[in-house]
Write a protein that binds this ligand. Structure first.
Ligand code: G6P
Length: 470
């Protein structure tokens, strides 16, 4: 493969491997917004994407799928256990989400994280053209910016952190806290979701490494004096166009009506859509809803909660326990309140294609986003993009990045179960005029700040910082 001007590095490739009945292998572009955001850039400048195909022990040569140049990184079984399930998802993930679950610190997991980060960095350094750009994504790869810089000082390096960055009191727990900061500071621009994340990161840099920090700029000591690094919020968004196209389709609207019908046409449908993750506040949401039914503030004939919980990280203990807890409380509530014709909670431990998700968004009068901590929460933005009819109410946790932007949502502290119950009732009882007033303003925000605007503003900042020391 020829050298690429623009190289994206992310833990996952933007394609899923699908093997058909007759054994034929095809690569389907995954529906994530990141691919959509970067596709125009990748096509205009000769881009490549470095990532893992999602299966252990899969050794693949670089290949082209749907016009994207892909450079697969192989992970052994042990590396999947130690780097991905271990350090990324059982150390960093819980620590950075305010220790909602206890982070596990294991030295062999760290060693594996270093080894795998180096493999990604070497692949990126090999792939990128002279003076090209490398854009590294997310918490699985925090050491990659520094490693790429050591191998290829000529290239421009961006890093975007999709999850929260914790306050110093928590961050300080990490036995490898200084190494991780230095890893990130290999980038020219470090992007965060919220202003608060950038502030916490800059405070950690000042405190732990004693580097000079002025506003959003860090002076990183370098061989030739110092190198400026920008650390700032660039709140991510979604590609709104597929949502706008789908809601305009008569068959999608018909499917939304069919969903309502199949639930016995309740007066109100409430919806939760999450990866089955302890950060999402699914238990809190179900508890509040169950109490509203038990207290008679809601009647099972009138309401149904559809909870889509897509399977995620199923070999990590905290996720196994969470699933048991949620499934126990769902079946208790349904057992206590269901009638032959109505169910309190329709629980689906499955993922669905985007078309079905949009039908669900259209069927739902109330969208519940009750995360205890969430970098952004794109489900909230997908719901808004889908409500071209200006109907529906969004209950949104103040602990999500989205809460900084979506000011017209009904804000909640999900730890406050009474407050959450009141917020659910406000949403259930909101009249159409008020729904419309709020939804118009939410839609304006999401449609104007889509994922293209996000990637453009990050890449502009990257070019500007780099020009200061070119
Ligand atoms: C979050 C992370 C992503 C990650 C995704 C799915 O959104 O920020 O980096 O890819 O969850 O998790 P998974 O472990 O399946 O990649």
């Amino acid at each position: 493969m020829t050298a690429a001007e623009f190289v994206v590095v992310a833990n996952r490739l933007p394609v899923d491997r699908v093997v058909s009945h007759d054994g034929e292998e095809i690569w389907r572009t995954s529906p994530g917004g990141l691919v959509a955001a970067l596709e125009p850039v990748m096509r205009s400048v000769d881009g490549a994407w470095v990532g893992w195909a999602g299966q252990a022990d899969l050794e693949l040569e670089p290949f082209v799928a749907n016009d994207l140049k892909l450079i697969p990184i192989a992970l052994s079984e042990q590396e999947v256990a130690e780097y991905y399930e271990g350090f990324a998802n059982d150390t960093i993930w819980p620590l950075y989400h305010d220790v909602i679950a206890p982070p596990q610190y294991h030295r062999e997991w760290w060693d594996s994280y270093v080894t795998v980060n180096r493999r990604f960095a070497e692949a990126a350094a090999d792939a990128v053209a002279p003076k090209g750009t490398v854009w590294v994504h997310d918490y699985q790869l925090q050491l990659v910016p520094e490693m790429v810089r050591a191998l290829r000082p000529d290239v421009t390096i961006g890093y975007f952190h999709h999850i929260p960055f914790p306050a110093h009191g928590l961050y300080a727990q990490l036995p490898w806290r200084d190494q991780v900061l230095r890893g990130l500071l290999g980038a020219d621009v470090i992007g965060f979701q919220r202003a608060q994340d950038a502030t916490y990161f800059l405070a950690a840099v000042r405190r732990r490494l004693q580097y000079g920090v002025k506003g959003s700029m860090v002076d990183v000591p370098a061989e030739t004096g110092s190198r400026p690094v920008l650390a700032k919020a660039f709140p991510i968004s979604i590609d709104t166009s597929p949502y706008l196209e789908l809601v305009a389709k008569p068959e999608v609207r018909a499917r939304a009506a069919e969903i309502r019908q199949s639930l016995g046409n309740p007066k109100r449908i409430l919806l939760g859509v999450d990866r089955l993750d302890y950060t999402k506040g699914i238990r809190h949401r179900i508890k509040a809803y169950g109490e509203l039914l038990a207290e008679g503030r809601l009647q099972v004939e009138d309401v149904t909660l559809i909870q889509v919980a897509s399977p995620s990280r199923e070999r990590v203990d905290a996720y196994v326990h969470l699933r048991d807890e949620i499934e126990l409380s769902v079946s208790r509530i349904n057992g206590d309140t269901d009638t032959m014709g109505h169910t309190a909670i329709r629980y689906l431990h499955q993922g669905f294609p985007r078309e079905e998700m949009v039908a669900l968004y259209l069927a739902a009068d109330v969208m519940l986003v009750t995360a205890l901590r969430d970098g952004m929460n794109l489900v909230a933005k997908e719901y808004i993009a889908s409500r071209a009819d200006n109907r529906g109410a969004l209950v949104l946790s103040e602990f999500t990045g989205a809460a900084d932007e979506l000011r017209q949502a009904i804000r909640v502290n999900p730890h406050d179960i009474e407050g959450l119950k009141d917020a659910i009732m406000t949403a259930v009882e909101m009249d159409p005029a008020e729904q419309s007033r709020r939804m118009r303003s939410l839609r304006k925000r999401v449609l104007e700040h889509d994922v293209r605007a996000w990637s453009a503003s990050f890449l502009d900042a990257l070019a500007a910082v780099r020009s200061r020391h070119a």
